[in-house]
Design a protein around this ligand. Structure first.
Ligand code: SF4
Length: 135
C-alpha cells in the first residue's frame, strides 16, 4: 500500500491552519513533497562557499542538501564541513542553512537563520559563516 504523502490534519493544526483553510500555498490537500520544497526554499541560500578541501565543495559551491552552522560563542563555524577524500552531496542542489546554533547572531531567530543568504569561507576556523553578525 502506498504511503499517504498528503499533509495531515494534525500537522496543519500544529501550524495553526483550521480545517479546510490555508496558509499561503499550504492547504489540507497540499502534497507533503510540495510543503517540504516550499519550506526549504524559504531558508537562506548559501550563495558562496570558498572552503577548499570540503567534500561538499565543488568550484566554490556547496552541494550538501542543507548545512548546519555551529561553533561557539562569537564564532560561527560550518558544522557540515568534512574534509574526506570522497565527494559528497548532490550535483544539482542549492544549499540552504538548515539550522544555526549561533543564537547571538542578529540574523538568528529561534535557532533558524533569517538572513536573505549567507556566505561561508575561511575565518577564525577553516569554514566559518561569514554573514555572522553578533547582535
Ligand atoms: S548569518 Fe548568523 S544566523 Fe545566519 S547562518 Fe550565519 S551565524 Fe547563523
Amino acid at each position: 500500500m502506498a504511503p499517504d504523502l498528503r499533509v495531515s490534519q494534525s500537522f496543519l493544526a500544529r501550524q495553526g491552519v483550521a480545517n479546510g483553510s490555508s496558509v499561503g500555498r499550504v492547504t489540507p490537500h497540499t502534497p507533503l513533497s510540495e510543503v517540504i520544497v516550499s519550506t526549504l526554499m524559504e531558508m537562506p541560500a548559501v550563495t558562496e562557499c570558498s572552503v577548499s578541501g570540503c567534500s561538499y565543495n565543488d568550484h566554490s559551491s556547496c552541494h550538501a542538501a542543507a548545512v548546519t552552522i555551529g561553533g561557539s560563542a562569537g564564532d560561527a563555524s560550518c558544522a557540515t564541513f568534512i574534509p574526506l577524500g570522497t565527494r559528497g552531496g548532490l550535483d544539482k542542489v542549492v544549499t540552504h542553512v538548515g539550522a544555526c546554533q549561533r543564537a547571538e547572531c542578529s540574523h538568528n531567530s529561534s535557532l533558524e537563520c533569517t538572513a536573505d543568504s549567507v556566505r561561508i569561507g575561511a575565518g577564525h576556523d577553516h569554514a566559518d559563516c561569514l554573514t555572522f553578525s553578533p547582535a
